[in-house]
Design a protein around this ligand. Structure first.
Ligand code: SF4
Length: 657
């Protein structure tokens, strides 16, 4: 593939060796790079039954097939491994600038196996790769370690660092991997895998050119996209009315949105633009997924998380590599009197929701502070937030006592207790030690399983499945369950996939109750969502580019121009289906049974909520997931990919390469 480096680096931390491996072109053609390359490599190379925290697990850092070609919004990297949190396929995705740095060292991905005897890091530049002693960095938080590694290795020169904080070192199963001062690839417990290998960091200082078949054509596409994004203006007063606009959103889960809405909101406010809407519309889970807006303060709670308040303390906007949108920012938090930090990354909506309305906490400043604590420690805020909310509900219901919580008054809205609890989780101190491995394990020890929100072992993202049954399908059917980034009805409405894919159903103007029934059509919609999502993970693409839709963000044209190919949308959707099927095969190979993964009863609306926009909603999730599996050519009862599907996608042959 002309936009890829054609090689990966394999690092054996037990033997202390590094080896360059060539990747045949047919692999890129079949699964692109990024998550696709990672899926192919891990399926082949991790033996069935491998201990996720043992030497046989492989941790991969994968760049994207379009990273560095000039294609906008393709600078994200994917970390892949067998997940210690679920026992199945694991991956986590992150922006920043680490993805191009992998390619600039000459590789499309770096894979680590084995376990080092002492803490190490990998240093890599144009001359090659070297495993170095990391004793001086072990114990530092991710930001401190990144700064010191840069100072010690390259002085003032350019280098990029992926690093774990204390949560990963302590093998917290909800820990992630950081880059760029605390941006985190948070999901699947990837940080614990890195910690188990005693790998503190990866420092990349290469400067090789990143190839592209037709840079002029790519440039023209980026120019066109840049012009469209530039033209989008935010209507005056929209910030303040987001909380009220959310009520309209709640009127129907499948109102098709123009893809241009995504850049409009995210360009100005970033993902925090979603928080007020989420509180009032039914999109955001409240009070540990148990309540409607009124019970947490309604519009008052929504306005407490106004994105305008965040913009007021934004010092600078932050753009990932090759992104004209720049949904990130650096915030000045020196005004928080109990904070030892002066700055933090603008929190994602997920973090605001998880430690705010999910825990009935109206104090946004405290969430900004917790954002920095979690980012530095490298702990996933989605998993941590769901776990803290479970602990609060257990405490409020007498399942946990003050003695068990080390004296913490875990009541709704007590943000001081929230802060103390996450500190304990990060350091694995006392009660925190039992929560550091997520809500499933904590509830197995203490009880309160009915309050433990996890899907197949992983805590769900901050979008309510009762508001969007399509999301409910993906939360369960996704090989790394609990994720919110694979597909939603709202997203399908924005993307117009039917205009590039012959089998993707048309978008309806407004979903009616019968559209949410488990039907073949619904299965095809969720399949299309998942295939397109895999395609974006293969190119290193941003989720928000995906949500712009096929007319605004021309992914098919971009790939053809960068790779020198001439395929249509159907071809690329099949690439997405292949990647997803390999990930599903990974789970089957490792005994992580798709049919055992269920939505918690509460997330299915069993019993239904009594108030709010989701009042009375109950999902038919199991039947809907079955339709999804059928659409993929997987067994409708077990979720196992059928032999004829595996054959038709050419996966058997691909695994022999
Ligand atoms: S939209 Fe945001 S997350 Fe996506 S590439 Fe741009 S800055 Fe990064």
């Amino acid at each position: 593939m002309k936009s890829c480096m054609g090689k990966v680096l394999r690092v054996d931390l037990t033997a202390g060796t590094t080896t360059v491996e060539k990747i045949p072109d047919e692999v890129y053609e079949a699964v692109l790079s990024g998550k696709g390359l990672g899926a192919w490599y891990l399926y082949k190379n991790i033996p069935a039954g491998a201990d996720p925290l043992g030497p046989d697990n492989i941790l991969g850092f994968c760049s994207g097939a379009l990273t560095g070609t000039g294609a906008f919004m393709t600078g994200r990297f994917t970390v892949v491994c067998k997940s210690p949190l679920t026992g199945g396929w694991g991956d986590a995705n992150c922006g920043g600038v680490f993805s191009p740095a992998i390619k600039q060292c000459g590789y499309d991905a770096i894979f680590f196996s084995g376990i080092s005897e002492k803490p190490v890091y990998l240093y890599c530049d144009n001359k090659g790769a070297e495993i170095r002693d990391a004793s001086a960095y072990w114990g530092l938080d991710a930001v401190e370690a990144e700064n010191k590694l840069l100072e010690d290795n390259v002085g003032g020169k350019k280098a990029r660092v992926a690093v774990i904080g204390q949560a990963g070192e302590n093998l917290s199963l909800i820990s992630g991997i950081c880059n760029e001062g605390g941006r985190i690839a948070g999901r699947s417990g990837v940080g614990a895998v890195m910690g188990s290998k005693k790998l503190k960091a990866v420092v990349l200082a290469g400067s090789r050119p990143m190839p592209c078949a037709d840079p002029e054509a790519v440039k023209a596409l980026s120019k066109e996209l840049g012009r469209k994004i530039h033209k989008i203006k935010v209507p005056k007063g929209l910030g303040g009315s987001l909380a009220f606009g959310g009520m309209a959103m709640g009127a129907g889960p499948s109102i098709p949105l123009d893809g241009a809405l995504t850049p409009m909101l995210f360009k100005h406010w970033g993902t925090p633009s979603n928080t007020p809407m989420a509180v009032t519309s039914g999109d955001g889970p409240l009070k540990n997924w148990s309540a409607g807006p009124k019970e947490v303060g309604g519009v008052g709670m929504a306005l407490a998380y106004s994105p305008e308040k965040i913009n007021k303390i934004e010092e600078a906007k932050y753009h990932c590599y090759s992104c004209p949108l720049g949904c990130g920012g650096r915030l000045d938090i020196s005004g928080i009197d109990y904070s030892e930090f002066y700055e933090t990354h603008k929190p994602e909506y997920e973090t605001l929701q998880a430690f705010g309305p999910l825990c009935v906490n109206r104090d946004m400043k405290s969430v900004l502070y917790m954002n920095e604590i979690l980012n530095r420690a490298g702990m996933d805020s989605i998993s941590a937030g769901n776990t803290v909310a479970w602990a609060i509900e257990c405490y409020e219901n007498g399942i946990l006592t003050k003695e068990q919580t080390d004296g913490l008054e875990l009541t709704w809205g007590n943000y001081e207790a929230e802060i103390e609890l996450i500190r304990k989780m990060i350091s694995r101190e006392g009660f925190g030690n039992d929560l550091a491995d997520g809500v499933k394990r904590a509830s197995e020890k203490y009880g309160g399983k009915e309050f433990a929100m996890h899907v197949g072992g992983q805590e769900p993202g901050m979008h309510d499945t009762r508001n969007d049954p399509q999301l409910g399908i993906h939360m369960v059917a996704e090989p790394a369950p609990g994720k919110h980034t694979i597909g939603m009805a709202l997203q399908y409405g924005a993307m117009s996939l039917c205009d590039i894919c012959s089998w993707a159903p048309p978008v309806k103007m407004h979903a009616k109750a019968e559209d949410l029934e488990p039907t073949e059509n619904m299965g095809l919609i969720s399949k299309a969502n998942a295939c397109y999502s895999m395609l974006f993970d293969g190119i290193g693409g941003c989720y928000y580019a995906e949500m712009m839709g096929v007319h605004m963000y021309k992914a098919v044209d971009y790939i053809n121009a960068a790779a020198g190919w001439d395929y249509d949308g159907d071809h690329y959707m099949e690439v997405g289906a292949r990647i997803q099927t390999i990930r599903q095969m990974f789970n089957v190979k490792h005994g992580y049974e798709p049919a055992d993964v269920k939505l918690p009863a509460r997330m299915q609306g069993k019993p239904p909520l009594k108030t709010g926009p989701l009042k009375g909603v109950t999902l038919k999730n199991e039947e809907q997931v079955s339709e999804h599996w059928k659409a993929f050519g997987w067994d409708a009862k077990t979720g196992h990919p059928l032999p004829e599907t595996i054959e038709a996608l050419g996966i058997n042959k691909l695994m022999e390469v």
